[in-house]
Design a binder for this molecule. Sequence first.
Ligand code: FNR
Length: 189
Amino acid sequence: MKTVAVIVGSLRRDSINRRFAEVLAGVARDRLSFRFVEIGDLPLYNDDLFAEGVPAPLQRFKDEIEAADGVLFVTPEYNRSFSPAIKNAVDWGTRPWGQNSWAGKPAAIVGATPGGTGGAAGQNALKGLLNVVDTVLMGQPEVYFVWKDGLIAEDNSVTDPATEAFLKSWAARFDDWIDRVGTPRRNAA
Ligand code: FNR
């Protein structure tokens, strides 16, 4: 089964984006195996931190990205942009120079907000960055998930059948996207 490195852009414990990523992992489980990648231990980007080689959290991070068949970014919207934790992680992944972990990686963006726009502005801001760092970004379907009370049950099941069907179709499309644009992963188990 294909593996997807999942980067959640919110570091807080009760993040709805983390919860939404867990919901998607359940919806997609017949097709895609989600592997959550920690970004909270990456310091703010600073070239000086390479003085003694590649920092351990960065090496772990790069290994996890490179081992995955695809990458999923799950971003909150902060002031109409994506979160700084994601920018920091994306920047780290492009270094050391010449060792860009994102190059050629099939990628997708989703996100959840309690607000009515579903985080569309934040996700669209992230698209430009992911193109620059050379991911191969899926354009459709877009998932601007408006987080409403009762839509997700305690056990992470989706209570509305139409919403569940849409999320399943998203998983099928991302699976197909990885088949179309991905290359065999370097560290396949
Ligand atoms: C927000 N929030 C927010 N929501 C939105 O729909 N559009 C926005 O521009 C913003 N801006 C914003 C800025 C900052 C600094 C914070 C902390 C929050 C609200 C945000 O969607 C809400 O707090 C989510 O719950 C954040 O995601 P997590 O942490 O629950 O995953």
